[in-house]
Each structure stands twice: as C-alpha cells, then as structure tokens.
Design a protein around this ligand. Structure first.
Ligand code: MV4
Length: 453
C-alpha cells in the first residue's frame, strides 16, 4: 500500500474516502477551497491544504493547484471521488506522469468510455447488447435520415462527448431530423466543445439498471450486482435500490457474467459501473459506462458487505483482487435516498443556507440498519458554489417491504432545519403505490403526484 493519499474532493465523499483510509491505516491529506475552510469533514484528516478560492474552477477543478498540493504534502496517490476531476482523462494522465497513483482506471479507459461512440463500439465488440443506432457519428440530417430508414422512429440524437442528457434530442419523424440535429449539435458544442452526434432508437419507458464492477491490475474482474436508479428528476438520481425489483437472480447471474467478460475484454481496472436500459419487454441494452466511484455505491456495499473504496485503494496499490465471483453474496435489500438542499416549491432549485437544526435518521427494527453518509452538522453553512446534495440515507433490511418500512421510520425521525430539502419528497414517494409495488420506470417520478409539493 502507498504511504499517503490526497483526497481531491469535498463533502460526504471526502468523509467517505477518509473513512477508508482509517480502515487501511493510510495517512490522508484533504484539499479544500476557501469556501470550505471550516467544513466539518476537514476535522478528521491528518493534513489539510487549501487549493484555491470558492469557485470550483479555481479549486476542486484546478489541476495545477491540486498536483502541486500533492507534491508539497508528499502524497503517493490521489483519490478523485466523483464529479470534479474524477473522469478527466488528461488529469489522470498528469497524475501518473508526476508519479502520483490515480485511484481509478487508466487515462486510456476514461477516454474510451467518455467518448460515448467508442464506448458503444467497445461494449458491442465485447459482447454486450447495444441499442440499435448509427455506426459511429452522423455528419448531418441526410445521414440521420438514412439511419432512420434502417431503424425507424422515434430516434434520439446524442452527443458523442455527452452524458447527463445534454445534447440529446428526440425525433418522432423525418421532418424533425433537421432542426433536432442543429439544436443537439449546437448544445453539444457549447457544453462539451465537441458537436459530434450519434443516433439511437428510443427505448420507451425504460428502467435504468446498472452493474457495479471491480477489476484489478492482473486482468481479474468481478461484479457486485446491480442497482436500480430509475427514480430520477431531470437526470438527477434521487433514489437507488438493490436488488432491482424486476431482476431475477438468474438474470443477475447471466448479465453479470457478460459484464465481467466485457470488463476482462477491455482490461478494465478499478471500480466502474456499466449502465443499462431495460425495455418493457425485459431486454437489456448497454447505455454508458461510468469510470468512477458513484454516489450510490453504498447500496452495493450494504448488500454485499464489500467496502468498495477500500477495494479501489488496494487495486490502485497493485494488490490482486481477493474477492472471487462465487464468494460474492447478496443479502437483503438496500435503498438510498439522496438528501439535497433544494426548494420543492421553486422547482427544486438549490437552497443553500445555514443548517440550524439537525437530527440524524434512526430506525428501531430487527435486522434493519440505517447508514447516514454525510458531512453536515447543526451550524454548518452550505456554500452556494457546489452541488446541493448534503447527505445520503441508506437503509438495509432483509427484504424490500421491510426496507421501505425502515425508510419511512428513518425519514420520519430525521430533521434538517434552516434549508429546504428533498426529505418530504422521499416521504411522499414511500406512499406512492407504483413505487411501493416496484412498478416504475425513468418517467415515473415526473408522472406521479410525488413532485407536487
Ligand atoms: C436513452 C433513453 C432512451 N432511449 N437512450 C439520458 C442521459 C444519458 N445518460 C442517456 N439517457 C437516456 N438515453 C435511448 N436510446 C433515455 C435516457 C434517459 C435516461 C436514462 C437513464 C436514466 C434516466 C434517464 C432520464 C431520461 C432519459
């Protein structure tokens, strides 16, 4: 294991990575911006170092400042967390050039999966089903029209450099292709600096189901099962659970095996997530691969008992994976609720401010546990410069009905005062018949009464 780790992130994930350092007896250095100088998660670090002013572009995204901080504090490795620089291939390459181990996949794997066209090609070649669509990018509406004749409507233009829904346009018919191409291309160009587009057939009312994987430096890989993340709003996930209410154990085994095979085929190293859309007939299609630790990783940790961050650190230190696929056991049901400081009466826009009262979630039921991944406390002032997520409530129970009952208890017991949050939304979701029955898809939340505050 390396000697000292730079944690290049903030908030709950900085606290989470710090916890993994303690588990491994690893020294840690935490970076922070001026806006975070009194932040609660800094208290636990061995060393802290300021990397710049409040604006993320000047601090948590400031590659030069972060690389210099690593050098100054004599760190041997860097964990990027999620967001910020976690999927920046150039940054990963710069770390390695400096002799700093990037805790994540190689720069090459990040680049390959960040390009959604090459990701699709790589995964198709590695044996995963992909959504019918164009071979590579489409140059203009004429080419799109030829693809449409082959695969039919509705179609989606997607950005090659995309993800998160930016640069996506849906077309119902031939006449829409021209304007949709122009809009999607312009949006992709300004958002990603790359206007290239590709086409896919629309999967209507799909479910978003993703597999967690781990791969080591010696070509071994395992999967840790799936998470269902279909409860989302404007491409922001709000609830994630495992198992998916619609995945049979035999399907988990067969799809999981294909995912592992694909990871071996591309030589994937460290933690990753392979996303699928499941259509209404139950068919799975590869969507994207995320080459980072994800926000919702605790759902998998609760269900498998594997500490994913500890595994990431061991893999980065060139230790072989000790987990064998046959040893991975899936226990009970885990569900995560993202608690964001957002105002439901104002379209869930971020509601930063000072937390003046805080009671953590509690549950008292046999076999039911709560986990609260957060770095807030009473008196904490949420800066306006960053993401609005302030904590994650994770409930683990023997089965889904008990997990939902535990979640109702936990959400009733917790209290955050001073800012508006998504707590009430989750309380209403737990009364929604479709959600409670496990009968939902990516459009469910928008079409339910849950958002009506
Ligand atoms: C799709 C799709 C339907 N059909 N692709 C949204 C963001 C990007 N990651 C991919 N996305 C989608 N791609 C085809 N061919 C529907 C979505 C989509 C979505 C996917 C996963 C989770 C939430 C979503 C919300 C809206 C749209």
């Amino acid at each position: 294991m390396f000697g000292r780790l730079l944690i290049a992130n903030r908030g709950e994930i900085a606290a989470r990575i710090l916890r993994a350092c303690k588990t491994l007896g690893l020294e840690s250095v935490l970076i922070y911006s001026k806006a975070d100088r009194n932040a609660p998660w800094l208290d636990e670090a061995d060393t802290t170092i300021c990397v710049g002013p409040a604006a993320a572009s000047a601090s948590y995204l400031n590659q030069d400042a972060i690389l210099q901080a690593a050098e100054q504090t004599d760190c041997h490795a860097l964990h990027p967390g999620y967001g910020f620089l976690a999927e920046n291939a150039r940054f990963a390459a710069r770390c390695e050039q400096q002799g700093l181990t990037f805790v994540g996949p190689t720069a090459g794997a990040i680049r390959r999966m960040g390009d959604k066209v090459s990701a699709r090609q790589a995964m198709a070649q590695a044996g995963l089903p992909t959504i019918p669509g164009s071979d590579g990018t489409v140059a203009d509406a004429q080419e799109a029209s030829r693809v449409a004749q082959r695969i039919g409507f509705p179609l989606l233009f997607k950005a090659r450099a995309g993800g998160g829904g930016k640069g996506m346009r849906r077309c119902e018919c031939e006449q829409e292709l021209g304007p949709a191409f122009a809009e999607a291309s312009a949006e992709a160009g300004s958002a990603f600096g790359d206007p290239s587009l590709y086409l896919e057939k629309v999967i209507v009312r799909g479910r978003h189901i993703e597999f967690q994987v781990l791969g080591d430096a010696y070509g071994a890989a395992v999967h840790l099962g799936e998470r269902e993340c279909s409860i989302q709003r404007q491409h922001q996930k709000l609830v994630e659970e495992s198992p998916s209410p619609v995945l049979e154990p035999s399907e988990r085994e067969s799809l999981g095996a294909r995912v592992v095979q694909a990871m071996c085929a591309i030589g994937y190293r460290n933690a990753g997530t392979v996303e699928f859309l499941r259509d209404r007939e139950g068919l799975f299609y590869f969507l994207e691969m995320n080459t980072r630790l994800q926000v919702e990783h605790p759902v998998t940790e609760e269900r498998t008992g594997v500490d994913i961050v500890v595994e990431q650190l061991k893999i980065a230190a060139n230790e072989p994976l000790r987990i064998r696929q046959d040893d991975v056991r899936f226990r009970g049901h885990a569900i995560e609720f993202r608690i964001n400081a957002e105002d439901p009466t104002r379209g869930f826009r971020p509601d930063p401010g000072t937390i003046v009262g805080f009671d953590p979630p509690k549950v008292d039921a046999d076999g039911v546990s709560v986990r609260w991944d957060s770095a807030i406390r009473s008196g904490y002032r949420i800066p306006s410069h960053y993401d609005s997520m302030i904590g994650k409530l994770i409930v683990h129970a023997p089965d889904r009905p008990l997990a939902l009952a535990g979640a109702r208890q936990a959400l009733a017991s917790m209290r955050i005062e001073g800012v508006q949050t998504t707590i009430d939304l989750h309380r209403r979701l737990l009364e929604d018949p479709g959600f409670c029955a496990g009968d939902y898809d990516i459009e469910h939340l928008a079409q339910s009464a849950v958002l009506e505050a």
